[in-house]
Design a protein around this ligand. Structure first.
Ligand SMILES: C[S@@+](CC[C@H](N)C(=O)[O-])C[C@H]1O[C@@H](n2cnc3c(N)ncnc32)[C@H](O)[C@@H]1O
Length: 266
C-alpha cells in the first residue's frame, strides 16, 4: 500500500558508487536526512571507482566505440566498486539513468520497505552497457531531462526514502499528510499572521487566512483540507484524480469546489 509507513526500527543501508563522493554531504550534513543519519536511522557507504583502478592515471573512462562526443565510464572499475559495496551488504543495484523507470511515491515506498540498496551514479555519456547488463537490477530516472551525473538523482531518492523511516520526521503524521500519499496533492498551508500583506493588495489569493482554519473545529478543518486537496488535484493533476476512486463524500466535496470555481469565474 502506497501510504503505509515502513516498519519501526528499520535502518536502511544505502551505498553509492560515485566519482564525486563529496557531493553526498548535501544529504548527510543537513536537514531531516542529516538528523536521521545522526540518529542512526540510515547509513551511507561511498565507493569511488577511481580507488578500484589499476593504472597510474586511475582511469575511469574512455572514448566511445564507434566515435562521437564525450567519454564512457569503464566497466572494470565500476564492477570492482560494486563488488566492494556488495561485500558491505549493498542490496540491489540501482543505476540512476534518464532511461530508467520514473521515480514516484509508490516506488519510494517500495524502496523504503527494503533494508539496503546501492546506487550506481553515471557521469559523462554514461556507463558501458555490458556493466549495466551484468550488474544492474533496476534503472531509475528522476524525470525526463538529463543531469550531468547520477549523484543528484541518488540524493533525491535517499531524501525521499529517508523521510519514510519512522522517527525521521518530527511527527509520524507528517509523512502521511503529504502529496501523493493518498493519491492526491496536498492542501494549501498557512501560518501567521492571519492577514498578509496588511493592505491586502495584489496576488491571486486573499490576504486573509481561510476562516475554517481559524475556527478550531477539527472536523470542519479536516473536510476543508480534503476539499482543497481534491480541488487542487483536479486543477493541477487530473491524471492523479482519474486514477483514484472517490467515495460519495469526496465526490460531493469536489463538486462543491468545482461549483465555487465556476461561480467565481476562475
Ligand atoms: C549526461 S548523463 C548521460 C545521459 C545519456 N547519454 C543519455 O542520453 O541517456 C550522465 C549520467 O547522469 C545520470 N542522469 C542523467 N539524467 C538523469 C535522470 N533524469 N535521472 C537519473 N539519472 C540521470 C545518469 O547516471 C547518467 O549516466
Amino acid at each position: 500500500m502506497a501510504g503505509r509507513l515502513v516498519k519501526a526500527g528499520l535502518v536502511i543501508r544505502f551505498h553509492a558508487v560515485t566519482l564525486f563522493p563529496e557531493m553526498f554531504a548535501a544529504v548527510t550534513a543537513s536537514g531531516i536526512s542529516g538528523r536521521a543519519l545522526e540518529a542512526g536511522l540510515w547509513s551511507l557507504g561511498l565507493w569511488n571507482p577511481r580507488d578500484f583502478t589499476s593504472d597510474n592515471y586511475r582511469t575511469v573512462d574512455d572514448r566511445p566505440y564507434g566515435g562521437g562526443p564525450g567519454m564512457v565510464m569503464l566497466a572494470e572499475p565500476l564492477d570492482k566498486a560494486l563488488d566492494a559495496a556488495r561485500q558491505a551488504g549493498g542490496g540491489k543495484v540501482i543505476y540512476l539513468s534518464p532511461q530508467g523507470r520514473k521515480l514516484d511515491h509508490a516506488m519510494v515506498m517500495e524502496l523504503a520497505g527494503t533494508t539496503a540498496m546501492t546506487f550506481l551514479c553515471g557521469r559523462y555519456e554514461g556507463v558501458d552497457e555490458r556493466l549495466i547488463g551484468r550488474r544492474v537490477d533496476e534503472e531509475l530516472s528522476i524525470g525526463d531531462y538529463v543531469l550531468s551525473g547520477g549523484e543528484l538523482a541518488a540524493m533525491a531518492v535517499i531524501d525521499a526514502v529517508v523521510r519514510q523511516i519512522p522517527g525521521a520526521l518530527g511527527g509520524e503524521q507528517s509523512a502521511l499528510e503529504e502529496s501523493f500519499v493518498d493519491g492526491l496533492l496536498d492542501c494549501p498551508q498557512y501560518t501567521r499572521p492571519e492577514v498578509w500583506p496588511q493592505d491586502g493588495a495584489g496576488g491571486k489569493v486573499p490576504a486573509q487566512v481561510p476562516s475554517t482554519l481559524l475556527s478550531g473545529h477539527h472536523e470542519n478543518i479536516r473536510r476543508w483540507r480534503l476539499q482543497q486537496a481534491l480541488g487542487r488535484t483536479w486543477l493541477r493533476r487530473p491524471d492523479l484524480l482519474a486514477a483514484r476512486k472517490l467515495n460519495d463524500d469526496e465526490r460531493k466535496l469536489l463538486e462543491d469546489f468545482q461549483r465555487q470555481r465556476g461561480e467565481s469565474g476562475k
